[in-house]
Design a protein around this ligand. Structure first.
Ligand SMILES: O=C(O)CCC(=O)C(=O)O
Ligand SMILES: [Fe+2]
Length: 344
Protein backbone atom coordinates (compact mmCIF):
# COMPACT_ATOMS: atom_id res chain seq x y z
CA UNK A 1 0.00 0.00 0.00
CA UNK A 2 2.90 2.39 0.62
CA UNK A 3 4.95 3.55 -2.36
CA UNK A 4 8.34 3.03 -0.71
CA UNK A 5 9.76 -0.39 0.19
CA UNK A 6 7.71 -1.40 3.24
CA UNK A 7 9.67 -1.86 6.46
CA UNK A 8 10.23 -5.43 7.53
CA UNK A 9 8.45 -7.05 10.42
CA UNK A 10 8.09 -10.71 11.40
CA UNK A 11 5.17 -12.46 9.73
CA UNK A 12 2.32 -13.17 12.14
CA UNK A 13 1.16 -16.72 11.57
CA UNK A 14 -2.51 -17.10 12.42
CA UNK A 15 -3.81 -20.22 14.14
CA UNK A 16 -5.26 -23.10 12.12
CA UNK A 17 -9.04 -23.17 12.04
CA UNK A 18 -10.85 -25.05 14.76
CA UNK A 19 -12.24 -28.50 14.06
CA UNK A 20 -14.63 -28.18 16.98
CA UNK A 21 -18.29 -28.56 16.22
CA UNK A 22 -19.68 -25.34 17.70
CA UNK A 23 -23.03 -23.71 17.08
CA UNK A 24 -22.37 -21.06 14.43
CA UNK A 25 -24.60 -18.07 13.71
CA UNK A 26 -26.10 -17.96 10.25
CA UNK A 27 -24.91 -14.65 8.83
CA UNK A 28 -25.36 -13.41 5.27
CA UNK A 29 -22.37 -12.63 3.08
CA UNK A 30 -22.33 -9.35 1.20
CA UNK A 31 -20.18 -9.29 -1.91
CA UNK A 32 -19.02 -5.68 -1.96
CA UNK A 33 -17.76 -5.92 -5.53
CA UNK A 34 -21.41 -5.80 -6.60
CA UNK A 35 -21.96 -2.20 -5.40
CA UNK A 36 -20.70 -0.79 -8.66
CA UNK A 37 -23.94 -1.43 -10.59
CA UNK A 38 -27.36 -0.01 -9.63
CA UNK A 39 -28.96 -3.49 -9.66
CA UNK A 40 -26.15 -4.90 -7.54
CA UNK A 41 -26.48 -2.04 -5.09
CA UNK A 42 -30.20 -2.57 -4.72
CA UNK A 43 -29.79 -6.30 -4.07
CA UNK A 44 -27.03 -5.69 -1.55
CA UNK A 45 -29.07 -2.95 0.14
CA UNK A 46 -31.87 -5.43 0.77
CA UNK A 47 -29.44 -8.00 2.12
CA UNK A 48 -27.75 -5.45 4.39
CA UNK A 49 -31.07 -4.09 5.62
CA UNK A 50 -32.37 -7.55 6.51
CA UNK A 51 -29.11 -8.51 8.22
CA UNK A 52 -28.86 -5.31 10.26
CA UNK A 53 -32.48 -5.40 11.35
CA UNK A 54 -32.36 -9.11 12.26
CA UNK A 55 -28.94 -10.35 13.36
CA UNK A 56 -27.15 -6.98 13.46
CA UNK A 57 -24.15 -8.72 11.86
CA UNK A 58 -23.05 -9.71 8.36
CA UNK A 59 -19.90 -10.67 6.45
CA UNK A 60 -18.37 -8.64 3.66
CA UNK A 61 -16.18 -10.22 0.97
CA UNK A 62 -14.33 -8.58 -1.92
CA UNK A 63 -13.57 -5.51 0.17
CA UNK A 64 -10.62 -4.48 -1.94
CA UNK A 65 -7.73 -5.92 0.07
CA UNK A 66 -6.07 -9.14 -1.05
CA UNK A 67 -5.24 -11.89 1.46
CA UNK A 68 -1.62 -10.79 1.28
CA UNK A 69 -2.53 -7.17 2.08
CA UNK A 70 -4.74 -8.25 4.97
CA UNK A 71 -1.99 -10.59 6.20
CA UNK A 72 0.47 -7.71 6.13
CA UNK A 73 -1.89 -5.64 8.29
CA UNK A 74 -2.03 -8.47 10.84
CA UNK A 75 1.79 -8.46 10.87
CA UNK A 76 1.64 -4.75 11.70
CA UNK A 77 -1.17 -5.33 14.23
CA UNK A 78 1.18 -7.60 16.17
CA UNK A 79 3.87 -4.93 16.55
CA UNK A 80 2.43 -3.15 19.64
CA UNK A 81 2.22 -6.46 21.51
CA UNK A 82 5.21 -8.42 20.21
CA UNK A 83 7.76 -5.70 19.56
CA UNK A 84 7.09 -2.85 21.97
CA UNK A 85 9.17 -2.97 25.17
CA UNK A 86 7.44 -3.37 28.52
CA UNK A 87 8.52 0.15 29.32
CA UNK A 88 6.91 1.66 26.23
CA UNK A 89 3.85 -0.55 26.69
CA UNK A 90 3.22 1.15 30.01
CA UNK A 91 2.98 4.44 28.20
CA UNK A 92 1.09 3.42 25.10
CA UNK A 93 -0.69 0.11 25.20
CA UNK A 94 -3.93 -0.13 27.06
CA UNK A 95 -4.15 -3.14 29.34
CA UNK A 96 -7.40 -4.08 31.00
CA UNK A 97 -6.75 -6.27 33.97
CA UNK A 98 -8.78 -7.70 36.79
CA UNK A 99 -12.11 -9.38 36.93
CA UNK A 100 -13.99 -7.75 34.10
CA UNK A 101 -12.06 -8.36 30.92
CA UNK A 102 -8.49 -9.02 30.13
CA UNK A 103 -7.15 -7.68 26.92
CA UNK A 104 -4.54 -5.43 25.49
CA UNK A 105 -5.34 -3.08 22.72
CA UNK A 106 -3.80 -0.33 20.75
CA UNK A 107 -5.82 2.26 18.84
CA UNK A 108 -4.62 4.47 16.03
CA UNK A 109 -6.89 7.35 15.09
CA UNK A 110 -7.42 7.55 11.32
CA UNK A 111 -5.46 10.78 11.58
CA UNK A 112 -2.36 8.76 12.46
CA UNK A 113 -0.44 11.85 13.51
CA UNK A 114 -3.01 12.91 16.10
CA UNK A 115 -1.11 11.12 18.87
CA UNK A 116 2.37 9.75 19.47
CA UNK A 117 3.14 6.10 18.89
CA UNK A 118 5.66 3.66 20.33
CA UNK A 119 8.92 3.69 18.44
CA UNK A 120 8.59 0.23 16.78
CA UNK A 121 5.23 1.19 15.26
CA UNK A 122 6.33 4.48 13.69
CA UNK A 123 7.75 3.03 10.45
CA UNK A 124 4.34 1.51 9.70
CA UNK A 125 2.28 4.67 10.03
CA UNK A 126 2.00 5.28 6.27
CA UNK A 127 0.56 1.80 5.81
CA UNK A 128 -1.80 2.20 8.75
CA UNK A 129 -2.95 5.52 7.34
CA UNK A 130 -3.63 3.98 3.91
CA UNK A 131 -5.46 1.13 5.63
CA UNK A 132 -7.65 3.58 7.58
CA UNK A 133 -8.47 5.51 4.45
CA UNK A 134 -9.33 2.36 2.54
CA UNK A 135 -11.60 1.18 5.35
CA UNK A 136 -13.28 4.54 5.56
CA UNK A 137 -13.86 5.33 1.91
CA UNK A 138 -14.03 1.92 0.25
CA UNK A 139 -15.70 -0.14 2.96
CA UNK A 140 -17.47 2.05 5.54
CA UNK A 141 -18.92 4.51 3.05
CA UNK A 142 -20.28 1.88 0.63
CA UNK A 143 -21.86 0.03 3.58
CA UNK A 144 -23.41 3.28 4.83
CA UNK A 145 -24.86 3.90 1.36
CA UNK A 146 -26.48 0.47 1.42
CA UNK A 147 -27.87 1.10 4.89
CA UNK A 148 -29.23 4.50 3.83
CA UNK A 149 -30.99 2.90 0.86
CA UNK A 150 -32.42 0.38 3.33
CA UNK A 151 -33.95 3.30 5.24
CA UNK A 152 -35.25 4.78 1.96
CA UNK A 153 -33.06 7.82 2.51
CA UNK A 154 -30.82 9.64 0.04
CA UNK A 155 -27.75 7.47 -0.51
CA UNK A 156 -25.30 9.93 1.02
CA UNK A 157 -27.29 10.59 4.21
CA UNK A 158 -25.16 8.42 6.51
CA UNK A 159 -21.94 9.01 4.59
CA UNK A 160 -22.36 12.73 5.28
CA UNK A 161 -22.29 12.00 9.01
CA UNK A 162 -18.98 10.11 8.73
CA UNK A 163 -16.38 12.43 7.20
CA UNK A 164 -12.86 11.07 6.99
CA UNK A 165 -11.46 14.44 7.99
CA UNK A 166 -14.16 15.48 10.46
CA UNK A 167 -13.58 15.74 14.20
CA UNK A 168 -14.23 12.29 15.61
CA UNK A 169 -12.65 9.15 16.97
CA UNK A 170 -13.06 6.55 14.22
CA UNK A 171 -9.91 4.46 14.58
CA UNK A 172 -7.92 1.38 13.66
CA UNK A 173 -7.66 -1.05 16.58
CA UNK A 174 -5.18 -3.84 17.21
CA UNK A 175 -6.15 -6.22 19.98
CA UNK A 176 -4.65 -9.13 21.83
CA UNK A 177 -5.90 -11.33 24.68
CA UNK A 178 -3.07 -12.56 26.88
CA UNK A 179 -4.53 -15.09 29.32
CA UNK A 180 -3.37 -17.29 32.13
CA UNK A 181 -5.11 -20.41 33.49
CA UNK A 182 -5.89 -18.55 36.69
CA UNK A 183 -7.64 -15.78 34.79
CA UNK A 184 -9.71 -18.30 32.85
CA UNK A 185 -11.20 -19.61 36.06
CA UNK A 186 -11.64 -16.18 37.58
CA UNK A 187 -13.60 -14.81 34.65
CA UNK A 188 -15.52 -17.98 33.94
CA UNK A 189 -13.87 -18.30 30.52
CA UNK A 190 -15.41 -15.06 29.28
CA UNK A 191 -12.69 -12.86 27.81
CA UNK A 192 -14.80 -9.84 26.99
CA UNK A 193 -18.27 -9.59 28.49
CA UNK A 194 -21.44 -9.13 26.51
CA UNK A 195 -21.68 -5.59 25.16
CA UNK A 196 -22.82 -3.50 22.26
CA UNK A 197 -20.29 -1.37 20.42
CA UNK A 198 -20.96 2.31 20.96
CA UNK A 199 -20.07 3.55 17.49
CA UNK A 200 -22.05 3.22 14.28
CA UNK A 201 -20.32 0.37 12.43
CA UNK A 202 -17.57 -1.99 13.52
CA UNK A 203 -15.39 -3.58 10.85
CA UNK A 204 -13.66 -6.69 12.19
CA UNK A 205 -11.12 -8.54 10.05
CA UNK A 206 -12.08 -12.19 10.37
CA UNK A 207 -9.40 -14.26 12.09
CA UNK A 208 -9.36 -18.01 12.73
CA UNK A 209 -9.52 -18.26 16.51
CA UNK A 210 -13.18 -18.94 17.31
CA UNK A 211 -14.25 -16.97 20.38
CA UNK A 212 -16.63 -14.25 19.23
CA UNK A 213 -20.28 -14.96 19.95
CA UNK A 214 -23.44 -12.99 19.26
CA UNK A 215 -26.63 -13.02 21.27
CA UNK A 216 -29.52 -13.90 18.99
CA UNK A 217 -33.02 -12.42 19.25
CA UNK A 218 -34.03 -15.75 20.77
CA UNK A 219 -31.50 -15.27 23.55
CA UNK A 220 -28.95 -17.89 22.46
CA UNK A 221 -25.19 -17.31 22.11
CA UNK A 222 -23.98 -18.34 18.65
CA UNK A 223 -20.39 -18.43 17.42
CA UNK A 224 -19.13 -16.31 14.57
CA UNK A 225 -17.37 -18.51 12.05
CA UNK A 226 -14.10 -17.47 10.47
CA UNK A 227 -14.34 -16.68 6.76
CA UNK A 228 -10.97 -16.27 5.07
CA UNK A 229 -10.19 -12.62 4.20
CA UNK A 230 -13.74 -11.55 5.03
CA UNK A 231 -14.92 -8.76 7.26
CA UNK A 232 -17.40 -9.19 10.09
CA UNK A 233 -19.58 -6.09 10.16
CA UNK A 234 -21.86 -5.09 13.00
CA UNK A 235 -23.97 -2.15 14.01
CA UNK A 236 -23.35 -0.22 17.22
CA UNK A 237 -25.39 2.10 19.43
CA UNK A 238 -25.00 5.15 17.19
CA UNK A 239 -26.56 3.40 14.22
CA UNK A 240 -29.31 1.98 16.40
CA UNK A 241 -30.13 5.51 17.62
CA UNK A 242 -30.06 7.03 14.13
CA UNK A 243 -32.33 4.31 12.80
CA UNK A 244 -34.77 4.45 15.73
CA UNK A 245 -33.89 0.85 16.59
CA UNK A 246 -34.48 -0.45 13.05
CA UNK A 247 -30.82 -1.47 12.78
CA UNK A 248 -29.80 -3.44 15.85
CA UNK A 249 -26.75 -2.97 18.02
CA UNK A 250 -26.43 -6.66 18.79
CA UNK A 251 -24.87 -7.82 22.04
CA UNK A 252 -21.75 -9.88 21.50
CA UNK A 253 -18.90 -11.25 23.63
CA UNK A 254 -15.59 -13.05 23.44
CA UNK A 255 -15.12 -16.40 25.18
CA UNK A 256 -12.36 -18.97 25.54
CA UNK A 257 -11.74 -20.70 22.19
CA UNK A 258 -12.38 -24.42 21.64
CA UNK A 259 -9.66 -26.74 23.06
CA UNK A 260 -7.76 -27.17 19.77
CA UNK A 261 -7.08 -23.41 19.57
CA UNK A 262 -6.24 -22.58 23.17
CA UNK A 263 -2.49 -22.42 22.78
CA UNK A 264 -2.60 -19.91 19.94
CA UNK A 265 -2.56 -16.14 20.16
CA UNK A 266 -5.70 -14.32 19.05
CA UNK A 267 -4.82 -11.12 17.31
CA UNK A 268 -7.58 -8.72 16.35
CA UNK A 269 -7.65 -6.11 13.60
CA UNK A 270 -10.54 -3.64 13.48
CA UNK A 271 -11.78 -0.38 12.11
CA UNK A 272 -14.14 1.07 14.72
CA UNK A 273 -16.41 3.66 13.18
CA UNK A 274 -18.29 6.49 14.79
CA UNK A 275 -20.19 9.38 13.34
CA UNK A 276 -18.54 12.78 13.50
CA UNK A 277 -18.37 13.95 17.13
CA UNK A 278 -20.98 16.69 16.70
CA UNK A 279 -23.72 14.45 15.24
CA UNK A 280 -26.86 14.29 17.39
CA UNK A 281 -27.84 10.65 17.71
CA UNK A 282 -31.56 11.18 17.12
CA UNK A 283 -33.68 9.03 14.77
CA UNK A 284 -33.61 10.16 11.14
CA UNK A 285 -37.34 10.80 11.03
CA UNK A 286 -37.30 11.76 7.37
CA UNK A 287 -36.90 8.04 6.68
CA UNK A 288 -40.20 6.50 5.51
CA UNK A 289 -39.04 3.25 7.11
CA UNK A 290 -38.81 4.96 10.50
CA UNK A 291 -42.17 6.64 9.92
CA UNK A 292 -43.71 3.20 9.41
CA UNK A 293 -41.90 1.65 12.35
CA UNK A 294 -44.27 0.47 15.06
CA UNK A 295 -41.90 0.55 17.98
CA UNK A 296 -39.63 3.42 17.07
CA UNK A 297 -36.99 3.81 19.76
CA UNK A 298 -36.22 7.35 20.80
CA UNK A 299 -35.28 9.40 23.81
CA UNK A 300 -36.59 12.87 24.71
CA UNK A 301 -35.17 15.50 22.41
CA UNK A 302 -33.47 17.23 25.31
CA UNK A 303 -31.60 14.04 26.17
CA UNK A 304 -30.37 13.06 22.74
CA UNK A 305 -26.60 12.67 23.09
CA UNK A 306 -24.11 13.73 20.48
CA UNK A 307 -21.62 11.10 19.33
CA UNK A 308 -18.98 12.78 21.46
CA UNK A 309 -21.13 12.74 24.61
CA UNK A 310 -22.15 9.14 24.01
CA UNK A 311 -18.64 7.81 23.47
CA UNK A 312 -17.30 9.68 26.49
CA UNK A 313 -20.16 8.36 28.62
CA UNK A 314 -19.64 4.80 27.46
CA UNK A 315 -15.93 5.11 28.08
CA UNK A 316 -16.40 6.42 31.60
CA UNK A 317 -18.97 3.72 32.38
CA UNK A 318 -16.55 0.97 31.44
CA UNK A 319 -15.26 -1.01 34.40
CA UNK A 320 -17.97 0.00 36.83
CA UNK A 321 -19.26 -2.74 39.01
CA UNK A 322 -22.89 -3.06 37.90
CA UNK A 323 -23.31 -5.81 35.35
CA UNK A 324 -25.48 -4.32 32.66
CA UNK A 325 -23.95 -4.96 29.24
CA UNK A 326 -21.20 -2.47 28.64
CA UNK A 327 -18.98 -1.62 25.79
CA UNK A 328 -15.36 -1.98 25.15
CA UNK A 329 -15.27 1.78 25.68
CA UNK A 330 -11.65 2.06 26.44
CA UNK A 331 -10.30 3.92 23.48
CA UNK A 332 -9.99 7.18 25.33
CA UNK A 333 -7.41 5.82 27.67
CA UNK A 334 -4.40 7.44 26.08
CA UNK A 335 -4.97 11.14 25.79
CA UNK A 336 -1.96 13.20 24.85
CA UNK A 337 0.31 10.44 26.10
CA UNK A 338 -1.39 10.20 29.49
CA UNK A 339 -2.60 6.74 30.34
CA UNK A 340 -5.82 6.43 32.28
CA UNK A 341 -6.24 2.82 33.35
CA UNK A 342 -9.58 1.35 34.29
CA UNK A 343 -8.92 -1.55 36.61
CA UNK A 344 -12.04 -3.17 37.92
O1 LIG B 1 -12.24 -9.79 19.58
C1 LIG B 1 -13.34 -9.86 19.00
O2 LIG B 1 -13.58 -10.74 18.17
C2 LIG B 1 -14.41 -8.84 19.26
C3 LIG B 1 -13.99 -7.73 20.16
C4 LIG B 1 -15.09 -6.77 20.45
O3 LIG B 1 -16.24 -7.09 20.46
C5 LIG B 1 -14.77 -5.35 20.72
O4 LIG B 1 -13.58 -5.01 20.83
O5 LIG B 1 -15.71 -4.56 20.81
FE1 LIG C 1 -17.51 -5.31 20.42
Amino acid sequence: MADVVPPETPHYVPAPETKADVDYADLPIIDLSKVSTPEGRLALAQQARDAMSNQGFFYVINHGLTSAQTGRMFDIADVPFARVSEEEKKIYVHIDGGVRDQLEHYNVNRDVRKRQHPEPLRPFLPEIEAFARHNHENILHPILRLLAIGLELAEETLVNLHGFSSVGETYVRFMNYPRSKEEETKTNNVWLKGHTDFGSITILYSQPVAALQILTKEGAWKWVKHVENALVINAGDALEFLSGGFYRATIHRVVQPPPDQRTYTRLGLFYFCMTDDNVKLAPLLESPVLQRLENLKRVDDAEVPSMEVWRRGRTAAYGQSDLKPMGNGVEEEVINGVVVKHYN
